[in-house]
Design a protein. Structure first.
Length: 685
């Protein structure tokens, strides 16, 4: 498959390389060279993309001496298509006269696809304009000819929740159902934990154990226990669902879980890694039910220093399924009546609601409060010590989108990483680190969660970038300067945006067969052990831990050598990226849906916004509460004629001299929503 377009001929050729091409909404593209993700990508002008499509593997000819390019920037032209990245696209079916075409959902897929009249096809239900459809792409060899395809499936009316969801499934290769062989194996599993499952395990059913999770958690991997050993010593148990006792290597369930790699959490729904009988049933640590676990026991002295670490198979019975909101109230609230008033999550949003706090008597509620406060005393000390030793505070507030029973975006909520989140985080980090140290020191073949040191050049570019916002820091290859930067960004008006940009300058965390350290956490030993219901990596680590507990020094028949584990690590890193992209797309779609529904209201909601960038024709904003980005056109500022000032950071009215300036705040309402271009426009309230 060749691209014969001559392209520009000015600069001389440097080299030809192979890589994967991705497009931007404007039509320009970039190519990531095979096996060199840490190197700068090759920039491709719109006219030099040939017949490449997003995700294609291509050959690129790189040019030197291109006028206007930055030092180190490489520019090239696509000269050959080696392999198509996709054979189908999802989009909106449209008609102009007698011609039909499909506008792709992905704004980076910049070409419309011409299709034959789909109403005459064999597709059922019959597709009509305004439907969301799947298109099988045809051959495309010459750029001057249109891209063609054929409608193969109707997903529903465009922008209906179910149709949008199905579109994400198709685009990212997500399958909500399981193969028949997997379902048969799952059906053969017991409905409850039996006596044989419990045999040989430490019995923690009489010890205080509980879970703390988000309101909309569908499954519950982890629980905490607490024991007072006397003399100021406390033993904290991190109990993780023992999925490996039910999912054996080589079974149909195991093969499917490995292929999926992880669960994918879309707004309002989840594509589970494991069948529901396991993910929401037998392995989920629901309140009031016996469950088997693998546990890491961490013993802390009165000074909150770790004294001893132990590992065991346990059986637990969770006393309470707590939400983060409820745990936070137990930490800070003195009035039990106010705590009791907190609601349980709606049933359609979660896998288990647990009992309402109002149904607990004073003793139960007081005990819960005492246990959580004791755990926070240790967790807060662990967090202080971790930050003091150079761990980076990369936690970001997130916008949680809640849906109504019909699946429509119903409510936005800004989720802060408060003390209840930090409590869970510290003990999960401690358990993950402990297991990684165990597998490394015992030389057991295992998976590790690795975050490599960042590229110094990217850090230097970022340092120059933040200096334009008045932020002065030193060499960011020095960890103390990064800590200083993150502290400044916590209180900066555009801190969220700048922190996001900083995260993009770092390398992606990934899975590896070697313990190569974690830059963000500043830890030598780190793995993923605490979420085996939703991550296959954790399930593998559980198998490795079981081989150690059973006294098998060479992996317990896991059939994993270092090469095999590295291959698995690469696969799991890729499935994680795919799920993250699907989840981000789900959030974008639901945000657009939420704000489009705002347009239908007689009295529109007023949102507080911060101005993040100023242009001649308007300014970009970020909503304070939901961290949603949008644009305010100068045309909507009807009280005056506004012009950009000399510094380029403010729009100033010619008559009244009112100014809309960078970092300024204002109240806005929704003005327009373009679901296809995925943009939201606001206007002053």
């Amino acid at each position: 498959m060749s691209n014969t377009k001559p392209g520009h001929k000015g600069p001389h050729a440097d080299d030809s390389v192979k890589g994967v091409i991705q497009f931007r909404a404007g039509g320009s593209a970039y190519v990531i060279v095979d096996g060199r993700r840490d190197e700068p990508s090759i920039q491709i002008a719109p006219d030099d993309t040939g017949v490449a499509l997003p995700g294609d593997t291509v050959t690129v000819r790189i040019y030197l001496g291109v006028p206007g390019k930055r030092p180190g920037e490489r520019v090239g032209r696509v000269v050959q298509i080696l392999e198509r990245g996709r054979t189908t696209i999802v989009g909106d079916l449209r008609r102009e006269g007698r011609n039909y075409f499909v506008a792709p959902d992905d704004p980076r897929f910049v070409y419309e696809v011409a299709v034959p009249d789909p109403t005459l096809s064999k597709v059922r239900p019959i597709p009509h304009p305004g439907d969301k459809v799947v298109v099988k792409l045809g051959e495309w060899r010459r750029r001057e000819q249109p891209l063609v395809g054929e409608v193969t499936e109707r997903l529903g009316r465009t922008h209906e929740p179910r149709a949008e969801l199905l579109g994400i499934f198709v685009k990212h290769g997500l399958e909500p159902g399981f193969p028949a062989e997997v379902e048969r194996e799952a059906a053969g599993l017991p409905d409850r934990v039996g006596a044989r499952d419990i045999d040989g395990r430490l019995d923690y059913r009489a010890i205080p154990v509980f879970t703390i999770d988000p309101d909309d958690a569908k499954d519950f991997d982890d629980a905490l226990s607490i024991e007072d050993l006397g003399g100021g010593d406390l033993r904290v148990g991190v109990h993780i669902a023992d999925v490996s006792s039910y999912v054996k290597p080589g079974t149909a369930i195991d093969r499917e879980a490995r292929e999926r790699g992880n669960s994918t959490y879309l707004v309002g729904t989840v594509i589970p890694m494991l069948p529901e009988k396991l993910s929401n049933g037998l392995c989920s640590l629901v309140e009031g039910h016996d469950r088997i676990c693998k546990a890491v026991f961490l013993t802390y002295g009165a000074d909150c220093r770790l004294q001893e670490t132990n590992y065991a198979n346990t059986v637990i019975r969770s006393r309470k399924r707590l939400t983060y909101r409820q745990a936070y109230a137990l930490l800070i609230e003195a009035s039990l009546d106010k705590i009791r008033a907190l609601p349980i999550p709606p049933k359609h949003q979660t896998g288990s609601t647990g009992r309402a706090l109002r149904d607990l008597d004073d003793r139960e509620l007081s005990d819960l409060q005492a246990w959580i406060r004791a755990l926070w005393r240790i967790a807060s000390a662990l967090r202080r010590d971790r930050m003091a030793h150079g761990s980076l505070d990369l936690d970001m507030p997130e916008t949680k989108i809640f849906v109504d029973p019909l699946g429509y975006a119903d409510r936005l909520e800004k989720i802060e990483q408060d003390e209840s989140h930090q409590l869970i985080e510290e003990f999960m980090l401690a358990a993950n680190e402990a297991v990684a140290r165990l597998t490394r020191t015992h030389r057991l073949p295992s998976l590790y969660r690795v975050h490599d040191e960042p590229d110094p050049e990217k850090l230097s570019e970022y340092r120059q970038f933040v200096s334009t916002f008045g932020i002065k820091v030193g060499d960011l290859t020095r960890r103390e300067e990064v800590v200083k930067l993150l502290k400044i960004l916590q209180s900066h008006p555009q801190g969220h945006t700048l922190r996001t940009q900083f995260l993009r300058s770092l390398k992606k965390a990934c899975y590896r067969a070697t313990a190569d350290g974690h830059y963000g956490l500043h830890k030598k030993d780190y793995t993923h052990f605490t979420s085996p219901i939703r991550r296959y990596s954790d399930l593998v680590v559980h198998q490795v831990l079981q081989s150690h507990l059973a006294g098998r020094a060479h992996g317990g028949g896991l059939r994993h050598d270092v090469r095999g584990i590295q291959h698995l690590a690469e696969h799991l890193s890729q499935t994680e990226v795919n799920s993250a992209e699907a989840e981000r797309e789900s959030v974008k779609i639901k945000l657009l849906e939420f704000f489009e529904r705002e347009l239908a209201k007689k009295k529109r909601t007023v949102f507080v916004a911060v101005i993040t960038d100023v242009r001649r024709h308007g300014f970009f904003i970020e909503l304070v509460e939901s961290m949603t980005f949008g644009f305010v056109s100068a045309d909507t500022l009807g009280d005056d004629y506004y012009q950009l000032n000399a510094e380029g950071n403010s729009l100033v009215g010619r008559r009244r001299h009112r100014a809309y300036q960078l970092n300024g705040r204002l109240d806005v309402v929704v003005d327009k929503v373009d679901r296809f271009k995925r943009i939201i426009d606001f206007r002053p309230a």
